[in-house]
Ligand binder design. Structure first.
Ligand code: PLP
Length: 447
């Protein structure tokens, strides 16, 4: 606290007096002040520069303060700050065209929201109305948002205190070879067994009662577990067999994060809807949405869609999306994310795993990597309990920050999730910090 500039200190004190924070015990918080950001870096309240290996909440895919996006927002603010959703707006139209061009298959209509949770809420509502069914299946080890339906679909401990009877949601185990629920030894076994499990769950829940399967194409906050080959295609097949809508949640995995515009391109599947947010405009102005297939959209051709938002397709947010997508295209940001993952982050993190006994597993793709920390490699006992934290994880985060790196952590995992635009040198700088910081975690492991 002492080192904060006077302006940062005032911001901090006002925050502690008046700001109510997400997912936290308010009196136990000591939040970091961020005063500025550029590219892959942020500056804290003491003027120290930190490499942003978190992309904030994994949303600044194009990096901080990209001049083309900032300019587009400024220009739009000078032209037209807001417009009701029932009117046509050029930025909303163009953003929808660009997004429809990036999504696979016939997902050619876009309903805009203010963020990811609303995108999931509306996708589920569309699926329920389209199918005339109620239940929704989703995975354990998932996060789909903090609002009513989205948090009930979520498969992590944040659901527990928010669960008032689950509202027709049923959870299943997705594939995760490192902690397989199916005792699998190979990716092929994991795909086959995870699909058999889902197939049985559908049969026992009653196929005719199930409106949707909601699935992160690569589960993000829950651990960045890229599904083994064939899994997403198998989910598509099960959904098709029973007339169930397949909603791909690409809120975190989309817009370049996984080295593709959408992570499901790794498996070549076409879902019925894609929920997106975050990377669509890097969060410069809040925006999310649902990309909708012809078939689902047709349900509402002559029947009003019973849903809406004052700010659906807000001009500042959609202008930011247009500029973001165009800049990412021109600068080959998605290709860069894939290249950095293949040549720097992937090999670098695997090399750290060889030398640090606290690292149980490293997995990911693009700029979407998880480092799983364990107290014991043989038993795979996590370095913090499920849903909790530990002194070891606290020390690890503090050391990263002290060494100039802002990490993303969740329970016993550290995620390396920098912007898609990160350079090879910046990625190496981050790996060097992690190398040093992991020695702290090593002290808490029995090897
Ligand atoms: N879905 C996924 C996969 C997410 O990672 C998130 C947020 O982290 C959400 C949905 C919710 O998005 P938002 O926080 O914008 O409501």
């Amino acid at each position: 606290m002492n080192e904060l500039s006077p302006e940062a200190r005032r911001a901090y004190e006002l925050d502690r007096a008046h700001v109510f924070h997400s997912w936290s015990a308010q009196a136990e918080l000591d939040p970091m002040v961020v005063t500025a950001a550029e590219g892959s870096y942020v500056w804290d309240g003491a003027g120290r520069r930190l490499l942003d290996f978190s992309s904030q909440l994994v949303n600044t895919n194009i990096g901080h303060q990209h001049p083309r996006v900032v300019e587009a927002i400024q220009a739009q603010a000078g032209r037209l700050c807001t417009v009701a959703p029932q009117h046509v707006n050029d930025q909303r139209s163009e953003a929808a065209r660009l997004i429809a061009g990036l999504t696979p298959g016939d997902l050619d209509k876009v309903f805009f929201t203010n963020g990811g949770a609303e995108a999931v809420e509306y996708a589920v509502r569309m699926a329920r109305l389209h199918t005339g069914r109620y239940k929704v299946l989703s995975a354990y080890r998932s996060y789909h948002g903090g609002t009513g339906t989205a948090v009930n679909i979520t498969g992590d401990p944040r659901r527990w205190p928010n669960d008032y009877g689950s509202a027709g949601t049923v959870h299943f185990f997705g594939p995760f070879l490192y902690r397989s629920a199916f005792h699998s030894a190979t990716p092929g076994e994991e795909t086959a067994r995870a699909l058999e499990h889902l197939d049985q769950l559908v049969a026992f829940e009653g196929p005719d009662t199930i409106a949707a399967i909601v699935l992160e194409s690569i589960p993000g906050t829950a651990g960045i577990m890229p599904p083994p080959p064939g899994y997403l295609a198998g989910v598509r097949e099960i959904a098709d067999r029973h007339g169930i809508a397949y909603i791909a949640d690409e809120v975190m995995s989309g817009f370049g994060r996984a080295g593709r515009w959408f992570a499901l391109e790794h498996d070549g599947v076409v879902p019925d809807m894609i929920a997106f947010a975050k990377g669509v405009n890097s969060g410069y102005v809040p925006l999310g949405g649902v990309a909708i297939s012809e078939r689902i959209a047709a349900t509402f051709a002559h029947r009003p869609f019973p849903g809406g938002l004052t700010y659906s397709g807000h001009p500042l947010a959609t202008a930011a999306a247009v500029a973001t997508i165009e800049a990412m295209r021109d600068e080959k940001a998605v290709e860069n994310a894939a290249h950095i993952g293949d040549t720097v982050l992937g090999p670098g993190l695997r090399e750290l795993a060889e030398r640090h006994p606290s690292v149980g597993d490293v997995r990911g793709t693009g700029v979407f990597w998880a480092v799983e920390l364990v107290a014991d490699r043989a038993s795979k006992e996590p370095l913090a309990p499920y849903g909790g934290t530990s002194p070891a994880m606290g020390e690890l985060v503090a050391t990263c920050k002290k060494l100039g790196l802002l990490p993303f952590t969740n329970y016993h995992r550290l995620h390396a999730v920098p912007p898609c635009t990160i350079t090879a040198d910046e990625a190496r700088e981050g790996l060097a910090v992690l190398d040093e910081a992991l020695t702290v975690a090593d002290r808490h492991t029995t090897g």
